[in-house]
Every structure is written in C-alpha cells, then in structure tokens.
Design a protein around this ligand. Sequence first.
Ligand SMILES: Cc1ncc(COP(=O)(O)O)c(C=O)c1O
Length: 381
Amino acid sequence: MNLFNVYQLYDVTPVKATNVFVTDDKGVEYLDLYGGHGVVSIGHSHPHYKLKLKEQLDAIGFYSNAIKNPLQDELAKKLGEISGYPDYSLFLCNSGAEANENALKLASFYTGKKRVITFENSFHGRTSVAVSVTDNPKINAPINSTNPKTFLPLNEIDLVEKELAKGDVCAVIIEGIQGVGGLDEGTTTFFQGLEKLCHKHNVVFIVDEVQSGYGRSGRFFAHQTHNVKPDIISVAKGMGNGFPIGGILISPKFKATYGMLGTTFGGNHLACAAGIAVLEVIEQESLMQNVESISKYFIEEAQKIPQVKNIKGRGLMLGLEFDFEVAELRKKLIYEKCIFTGGANNKKLLRILPPLTVKKEHIKLFFKSLKEVLNESVIPA
Ligand SMILES: Cc1ncc(COP(=O)(O)O)c(C=O)c1O
C-alpha cells in the first residue's frame, strides 16, 4: 500500500532531534525554527518530558474515559493555575480541529442557535464545522457547507454588531493571533468589543489559541494582552510537545451533561503525562520570559535587514514579510543552510515558530544564514 499523497514534502528524513536541532538519516543537523508547525514547545526530546512519558508507559498507557483518570484532574488543575483560568473546566481531545469542533458544538448546544461569525484569513482546522469556519474554499468540501457562517474582516466591530443583532448567532470564533493566514491579529479595542457584544447578545465568545497559546506569544494566551476573558479557549499544538492532545477551557457558565461531548482517545494517560510535563517545563524553565527576550532580539535583528519589508506577529510567533514569494528562500534555507522555517497563506511571509527554548545563538545563526542567502542569490519573485 502507498500513502495517500496529500503533503508536498521536503527531501529531508529526520531520525533524531534534541532541543532546537533535528538530525536527518545522513547525519546532517538542522536548526528547527518551525517546531513542526508550532508544536514543539519545550524542545525536542526534553529529558523531563521523556522521563514522564516513559514512567507513564511503564505504569498505564491507555484506558477509556469510562474509568477514573486522576492525571486528567492533575492536568486541568495545573493548566488552570498557569493560564490564569482556575475556575474554568477542561474538556480533553486529540487535536486543534477537534478542540474547535467541540467548542462550536458546545456554543450551539448552549444557545440553541447555529450561525457562526468568523474572520477573513482564519484557520480553525479540517474537521467538519472547524473547516467550515476556516477561510479557505479549497479545503472545504461540499459536505462542509451545510452550517451557516459569516466571514468578516478583522477589526470592523460595527459589522460584527450588525450580524449579532440578527439574533441567530451561536458563536464568534477568532484566533489569538492568526497563524496559517499570516500573523494578523485583532486589536485590543476589537477583542474588547467582541467580548462586550457577545455578552450583550448571549453569543459564545471563542478564542482559538491552538497556535498562539501555551506561552508562544509571551503570555500564556495571546488574548491575555487584550484583557478579555473568552467563554471558551481552544488549545492543542504546544500542549503536548508532539504527543497528540487538544482541549477546550470552558467558562463556569456552561453546565456539562453526560454524553454531550466525548472521545475515545482524548485525555488518555500518556497524553496527560505529556501535557503535565510540558506545563512543568514551561514553569520550571521560565519559558515565557525566554520568549519575551528572544522575541525582542529577533525583531531587533530583523529590522537591520533591508529586504525585510515588515515584521509581523509577536513573541515567538513571528513573520518576516518580503516583497517576493518566499518558497524559494525557504528551500535555500533548508537545503543550503540547514534551517527549517515556515510559510503562510500570505506567500510573501516567512513564518518562525521555534521551540520556546530557543536561544540568542540560534537566532544569530539564523540571521547570518538569512543574510547570506539574501545577498548571495537571486531569488525569483
Ligand atoms: C489556529 C489553529 N486552529 C486550529 C488548527 C488545527 O489544529 P490540528 O491540525 O491539530 O487539527 C490549527 C493548525 O494549524 C491552527 O493553527
């Protein structure tokens, strides 16, 4: 059997990885400034993470959600404390799309309504409802077009008000910082306006922190710089450092009933052990402070490069915008300089999502290599 070929692959086969470096099958070492789509939060093969997972595997790896699992309570308590949401409850699942799917489902159960307000350039995942509120017709199949939704531009609060006043909306969903779309984000005024309008119209305010959460912005959640409190927050990616886990943090105003949400694998013992280890390392190694200082250094260095026309994002969710498409530049970085970077729907944006453990010396190496590539080669537009 062959693989169903849906991914365009770089010709690199990683076999080993430590912290911010990935080694391929030929022994070549790559600097990982992309963290496998912003997933590797505490660095590859972190010793504490490995130990916790190995210990858990020796104890019990999996049982279903029909039995008690104290690791889920431990993870919920720790996440509540570190995130500043100790009074919220946690539903665990396996991915970002699934987190948003459940967030939207809960909003619909709660309000009895079904239209969703979402934003241009958004990405919320590929499951049925999550993809339907994602602004990309190419990944929406006809079967995904059944639920009503409205795409609005970011930062146009009057347009949101007009839609919510119609009375048929169950949820507004917005990314803390847009990831796949290209690192745009709502302003503080906009986030605060959304919160106020959602309360006024009894609409559920969902912030998707799948990519921007878990310390990546320098705060635990990107929305926390705007001083708002969403009704539901979705998380995944950095939550498990590569072990598949996702979840939603749910305001106390929602009451759970047995069976309303559910999953076979979500919150299993190994996933919880990974999730707990990640939070312990974020705390013990003060990774959010590291994000702030490395981000500042990265931005200072980026400002010195004339070809960089714009610097987008914040924390360690950053983008360098050029006046040419970056596909060729990314290829040169990977094949000539051994550095992984990311792209975005905005084809002129080089996306940087390194492990939160990245250090100044790694950023220095990146900029040295970037300058060499930009200055030595003709990169076609
Ligand atoms: C903001 C956001 N939401 C949801 C998702 C979907 O997550 P997953 O691929 O784990 O389903 C992604 C993935 O890139 C994302 O960036």
